[in-house]
Design a protein. Sequence first.
Length: 478
Amino acid sequence: MTGPTTASTAQPDAPHDLVGIGIGPFNLSLAALAHGLRHREGATGLTTAFYDQRRDFRWHPGLLIDGATLQVPFLADLVTLADPASPWSFLRYLRHKERLFPFYFAERFHITRAEYDAYCRWVADNLPGLHFGHQIDAVRWNPERDLFEVDFTQLDADGEAEALGRTHTRNLVLGVGTAPHVPDPLKPLADAPTVPVIHSGDYLDHRDRILGAEHITVVGAGQSGAEIFLDLLRARPAGRERLTWIARTEAFAPMEYSKLGLEHFTPDYTRYFHALPEPVRDRLVPAQWQLHKGIDPGTIAAIHDELYRRTLHGGWPDTVLTPGVTVRTAGRVATTKVELHLEHTQQGARSRITTDAVVLATGYQERPLTRLLAGLDPYVRKDAAGRPRIDAQHRMVLDPAVTGTVFVQNGERHTHGIGAPDLGLAAWRSARILNTLTGTDPYPLPERTAFTTFGLETAKEQPRPHTAGELLPLVEQV
């Protein structure tokens, strides 16, 4: 291949109403509900296109461990909580696959991750207007046409550039997702080929190699870390487990699953959080880690049961589980081992361990938008920390000269709270974006979604004149 060809721009294409960048669950939800507008009476149809550089849809393939379930009910699919009658619901998927009755008798409220991935791929394979194998290179505002220009590279099956193109749109939605977070002390090792130091997102691709290691260390105490530790534990012989599990959290703590606790993932809480001052929001997010970074109680119980079973004939399993530990530095030893330098935050003690493989269940971070939105940067209004300001309707706050809108999906945790990456709010947020975009109400949304009232109602008392001889209220008498 000598190089990419260039799509003709002599006759610009008709502009879209909405172009989506990224096709993860959130933009897939938006695409599905936007498609549904064409079939709703009185609704305004939209011309849409969604782009992703991957060849097809994949949802955390490295974490589709056998038996691992979603932490939200199956009703938190792409569309149901906004449009239960949508042809793109999970139940419609089951009916299409002739699995509706087996699912009914299985009585499962929480489906496996693998099944959720299969459902999303079914939607992605059948929904029109999705363009995989397209890498977005740049986004600009064209003030002469009052349109966004989106430049892309079409990729071939090997991921090589095949053609260049450009599309125009009145509005954008960013759904580029998150990227694996690797702590700074371990970044050089994660890039080295000799020792398996891998992020949990790539676990299944390296599982056989990791299981062949003499000693394995798992870093991170969220749900992924717990599931990987359990999977490794079950695969190792009793008495020769050689597993270490460390985490910086102060405990291997359960996820907050109380009914009222879960109301932090409702639209009511999202609205409350957005209205708080920026410094308060920034303090709240890290303090709420147990609402979204804890471990499912069932997984904790399964780990304990497996460890307990291995004490049946006396002795203890060869495992070390230590919370409250941070990795200060790390390095290679004799080219095939890793030495981790640890510090216990409560004790102030330091130690080190040598291991043959490391799995980093250290979570994900929002992908930086700096390169992608470089052409829009002069128009973007930012907060005190340099982050884009995002309004209550999930719109990036732009200079008034820009008449188009940039919506944000799963990149607004600093303005909308811990529910931003939660699958349970996907359909609601997509519906809200479409309602805002159309200026109508094609997807009516509930005014109230939680029993909890998250803030005080600041009632404005209206003074009334006192008549002669009327007793004043007690506070006024005093």
